[in-house]
Design a protein around this ligand. Sequence first.
Ligand code: GRG
Length: 313
Amino acid sequence: MFKFPSISNTSSTKKMQPDLEAYIEARRNAVDKALHKIFPTASGHAAQIIEAMEYSIFAGGKRLRPILCIAAAEAVGGNSSDVMPVACALELIHTYSLIHDDLPAMDDDDLRRGKPTNHKVFGEALALLAGDGLLTQAFHLMASSGGEPSTDSRVLLKVISTVAEAVGHAGMVGGQVVDMHFQGKQAELDAVQFIHRHKTAALIKASVVSGAMLAGAADRQIEAISLYGEKTGLAFQISDDILDLESDSLTLGKKVGADIRMGKATYPAVVGVEDSKRTQSHLIEDALMALETFDRLADPLRAIARYVIERKK
Ligand code: GRG
């Protein structure tokens, strides 16, 4: 069984936690605590939008992207507190994308993270604005963290630019456009790969790259972690495709079978479930290979990569 560095003493290899579950739990709690500090107590005219933003942020969620950001920082000897604002920003951005993706103009979903979707509770206009608010708040949060003495402003600017590129037209937003384009149409594998790399893997890659950058990783370490993020991100989306076929709404907290109903371009739709599972395994082997020269501090990243294809939700 793997042993992981403790969040309370992340730069030490001596104090260890017993397994991935404990590692993830500790970091998820730290991220949740930090996220709670971001939102002011809602009152007066500002209450409505804060409530709508908080609703989706605290509706649940695995916190995978912030945990990956922290794990990447720790893999190169950094610690969670130095990357926490960026880690939280990644979750705000991810949550914005889920709110917008669920809107009637896109996937028109009514269940997310086990709860009614944002627009079902607050209406379409407010859901749109809640997403906008979260995206904007994410960049405010990252930029504001430049005031900390431990932050190198040049590195932070590079991180902000990396995240912006990953979620804009050259990344997540661009992937979503192609995803919508192929809805109901026959897609080839290269189109599915484009969608998955941009819609999902780009933010996952940016999560690990930003954590490593902020922790002062060397260029060759950043390159390796970037490759890890690309492969793990693609495997994560393939597992999302497979879970949509093989899981249930109660476990996933969202409707299943939606990809087939909407005629989405997915891995299983193009190559079948068995080939999709084989591809996932190869991707995770590649992700682990990318970390070959890293020491035990990278064990959480290794374990998260394995978890990505074993996960049930
Ligand atoms: C609307 C700009 C815009 C982009 C939408 C990310 C995205 C693109 C859409 C969300 C729907 C979806 C299936 C995206 C693929 C990425 C993915 C698997 C999201 C779900 O992430 P999890 O499983 O969710 O980490 P939790 O709720 O655990 O955070």
